[in-house]
Design a protein around this ligand. Structure first.
Ligand code: HAM
Length: 427
């Protein structure tokens, strides 16, 4: 019986692994540039953890299981709840602000589609314990700093930024009750993802007044915060939230990434726990799903039994990102090396095969990477093998060694050869 892989999962053969590492290395470098420390948690947690605060969409997509002790568990669909749990457990010992990053493997039982799989990797950066908009700006900056480092420009990606606090104040001004808001957020989040009629129909099920629906639809299309007042009265909460957003944009401009950022009222986010600034990075053309998304979540730690503690962060998956990097020509097939070597030892005389083994072991012990041929064939073939392995240098063992204990060192980039005594090989 032939067993195939599960739909929505990927096999990482060495070329795909090289791409995964290329992406993860960039994420790690950007995290460290911005002062984040790495953490990780378990691949599964209690099912309840995601039922408390992630929202219905995530709960519907959980891979869950019951262990032999009858405990309900779930494979992590995101790492933010784990982060909240872990920080709560050591809250008094951790110096604040806590700035952590992680690159977890996550699973969501989604319908696989372009940029969305059932198993993926997601870069997370989070700042806990800092309420100023500087922390919001840092999270957006670090996300853009990474994307910029790959070569993506404001023509390729855009960070769309809004505020749930602002949206909540405006919706309340339109006469909607507080407890209605958590039902409306996941619907509003779907605006760009589903056909217009389906969207209005969903809104219609929750809101009976068609004028209110009309105003909400207009609000969702706003890209200039100054236009809000023309649609809805600004109460004190809305004014405070707007001032915070203006502050944030000022900082983003000062950080030199203003060109990548714009206000967009349609960004609401599907997850239930966001309470303030929310943002998503999209490809500028708008063909793909979000590259990343995040925001401020001020109640999650408290909801998990910890103290009231402000937090802000984001998650960036590897799927849409890889598509984008390929579409922009930044990632090309087979350009990433799956293997590199400091030395390859070629054997020009078969009687020196044992010497090659001995020398390779010595070179490795000195901390360099080195390979030798398991079967000695024509020298040309061995040199080809060395190039295929991306060896920086090839050591050739031949007549010079038999006569004078000398080796040939060939620089594989310049092609230059040097004959030196074996002892002078500087390891
Ligand atoms: P999220 O919007 O659910 O947020 O996911 C963030 C990103 O993860 C998405 O923009 C996308 O890049 C990637 N992603 C999500 N689902 C899939 C999938 N099925 N296949 C491939 N990629 C996917 C969160 O997960 C929040 N926990 C992020 C966060 C961290 N908020 C604060 N801190």
């Amino acid at each position: 019986m032939k067993i195939s892989s599960v739909k929505g999962t990927r096999d990482f053969y060495p070329p795909q692994m090289a791409v995964r590492n290329f992406i993860a290395d960039g994420w790690k470098a950007a995290s460290r540039r911005c002062g984040f420390e790495e953490f990780d948690g378990p691949i599964f947690e209690y099912l309840q953890m995601y039922q408390i605060k992630s929202g219905d969409e995530i709960v519907e997509q959980l891979f869950h299981l019951t262990d032999r002790g009858g405990r309900d568990l779930a494979i992590r669909p995101e790492i933010t709840p784990t982060l909240a749990r872990m920080v709560n457990e050591q809250i008094n010992a951790l110096p604040r602000p806590i700035k952590w990053f992680s690159i977890p493997r996550l699973c969501r039982a989604e319908r696989p589609q372009k940029g969305r799989l059932r198993e993926f990797f997601q870069w997370n950066i989070d700042i806990i314990g800092e309420e100023s908009t500087l922390a919001d700006a840092e999270v957006i900056f670090c996300s853009i700093d990474y994307l910029r480092s790959t070569g993506l420009t404001p023509k390729d990606v855009v960070a769309k930024i809004s505020s749930r606090k602002l949206l909540a104040a405006l919706l309340k001004n339109l006469g909607l009750a507080e407890d209605k808001l958590s039902v409306l957020y996941p619907i509003l989040d779907k605006k760009a993802k589903i056909p217009a009629e389906a969207f209005t129909e969903m809104l219609g099920k929750e809101i009976s007044d068609s004028n209110v629906i009309h105003t909400i639809m207009k609000l969702m299309d706003l890209h200039n915060a100054d236009d809000i007042a023309g649609l809805v009265n600004l109460n004190e909460d809305a004014k405070t939230a707007l001032a915070q957003l203006q502050d944030l944009f000022k900082t983003l401009n000062a950080m030199g990434i203003g060109e990548y950022c714009r206000f967009d009222m349609s960004i609401v986010r599907g997850l239930a726990y966001y309470t303030g600034m929310v943002f998503e990075v999209h490809d500028a053309v708008g063909d793909l799903r979000a590259v990343c998304g995040g925001g401020r979540y001020d109640n999650l730690l408290k909801d998990f039994g910890g103290p009231a503690m402000t937090a802000v962060g984001m998650g960036m998956g590897d799927c849409v990102l890889e598509i984008l990097l390929r579409e922009r020509g930044i990632l090309k097939n087979d350009t990433l090396a799956t293997k590199t070597l400091d030395y390859f030892i070629a054997v020009a005389d078969p009687t020196l095969a044992d010497k090659a083994v001995e020398l390779a072991a010595k070179i490795r012990q000195a901390g360099f990477s080195c390979e030798f041929p398991y079967k000695t064939g024509a020298l040309g073939k061995q040199l080809k093998q060395a190039s295929g392995y991306n060896a920086r240098k090839t050591i050739i063992l031949g007549q010079e060694y038999i006569q004078d204990r000398q080796i040939i060192i060939k620089d594989m980039t310049t092609g230059q050869q040097q004959v030196i005594a074996e002892q002078s090989l500087s390891l």
